[in-house]
Design a protein around this ligand. Structure first.
Ligand SMILES: Nc1nc2c(ncn2[C@@H]2O[C@H](COP(=O)(O)OP(=O)(O)OP(=O)(O)O)[C@@H](O)[C@H]2O)c(=O)[nH]1
Ligand SMILES: [Mg+2]
Length: 342
């Protein structure tokens, strides 16, 4: 279990060679740790919230780096706890040495998303914002990033709140009507309530369909390459990902288990699958692969159905409701050769 009374630290800038790296520390021991490792004009206790201090980080007596420390005292910080942000010189060696010094002097390495979790637990951000910040940290493509930012701005939260307000208003009106029904007061007609309720239902429907789009942005668009054995599925897969990831041979039934690769296409995350060739007669191992292929196909957004155009179709094309399908006739070069021979 995570202990929220301790002090956590982590590098909060992306890895790599940058000009500056920022290490964030949050928790009760911020001042104590700073006293031990940081030398400046003022002592750590004298430093004020929302001020930046120049000084040097020492590990015992050896100088590691000249840094700037931003101080945020609780509750006016991102996590709601005492927070320090140490800007040190970029480059992973120096940054890691500063971080190791902080960890040796009383902090624990933060788990992924733990600063955000603390901010949520201390009431600094709501749950949708917390999820969005974690998505933002992990966003792998431009569109996922935009979707995370959209959520972060609280638009989802706002849309849900408006619907809840509508429901609460109509509920009070109905309750009032019931309570004072015997007093001859004018009240809304049944049909009027129905109109408002239908509007609420439409708004909820719109939110649900936008969630589907959000899911694709978040988890990726699932494109599954399928078709009969030896049609050239793995060749197409390798071509798309520009890597010889899947084994290609002239033996039908080469691909047994499915293979998955993530690619970015115009900012969208695409999850591309290569699957075992589908056929009736198959050995036991191949049959396992075919079963798995059908499971993957059921959850596909798009099926790329690959066939060898020189052989007649034996396997029927699977169809799943809501799944798009593009049929590809492969080995067209062989077809040309055959035509020329005849
Ligand atoms: N001439 C020609 N050969 C191709 C083409 N595409 C694939 N091949 C060959 O067809 C054979 C089968 O290709 P794969 O990509 O392994 O086919 P697959 O559909 O993944 O096969 P399984 O995994 O066994 O189901 C290999 O020898 C490929 O080199 C093509 O467009 N033209
Ligand atoms: Mg294959």
């Amino acid at each position: 279990m995570i202990n929220h009374n301790d002090t956590i630290a982590a590098v909060s800038t992306p890895p790599g060679i940058g000009g500056i790296s920022v290490i964030r520390i949050s928790g009760v021991d911020c001042t104590k740790i700073l006293e031990k490792i940081f030398k400046s004009n003022l002592s750590a206790k004298e430093m004020q919230s929302h001020h930046i201090y120049y000084g040097k980080i020492f590990d015992d007596n050896s100088l590691i780096d000249e840094v700037l420390v931003s101080v945020f005292k609780k509750p006016n910080s991102f996590t709601g706890e005492d927070v320090l942000e140490i800007s040190c010189h970029g480059g992973s060696f120096v940054t890691q040495r500063v971080l190791q010094t902080i960890l040796r002097n009383g902090a624990r390495h933060a788990e992924k998303g733990e600063f955000t979790k603390r901010a949520f637990l201390n009431g600094k951000i709501d749950l949708t914002e917390a999820e969005a910040v974690i998505d933002l940290i992990q966003a792998s493509t431009k569109h996922s990033l935009e979707s995370a930012l959209f959520q972060l701005e609280g638009k989802l939260h706002h849309a849900i709140k408006l619907i809840l307000d509508d429901i609460s208003t109509i509920r009070s009106e109905i309750e009032l009507d019931i309570d004072f029904s015997d007093q001859g007061l004018e009240h809304k007609k049944y049909e009027d309530y129905l109109i408002v309720l239908k509007e609420i239902k439409t708004k909820i429907g719109r939110l649900i369909s936008s969630a589907q789009e959000g899911l694709i942005l978040h988890d990726g668009y699932r494109v599954v390459i399928a078709g009969p054995p030896n049609a050239g599925k793995s060749s197409v897969f390798n071509k798309i990902i520009e890597n010889e990831r899947a084994i290609v041979t002239e033996i039908p039934g080469t691909t047994r288990d499915y293979i998955e690769e993530d690619i970015a296409l115009e900012g969208y995350l695409i999850k591309l699958f290569d699957t075992a060739g589908l056929r009736e007669r198959a050995d036991e191992i191949e049959r396992f692969g075919i079963e798995k292929a059908y499971k993957i196909l059921k959850n596909a957004h798009l099926i790329l159905w690959i066939e060898d155009c020189t052989v007649s179709r034996e396997t029927s094309i699977p169809s799943f409701e809501g799944t798009k399908l593009i049929s590809v006739m492969n080995k067209s070069d062989l077809f040309r050769v055959l035509r020329e021979q005849n």
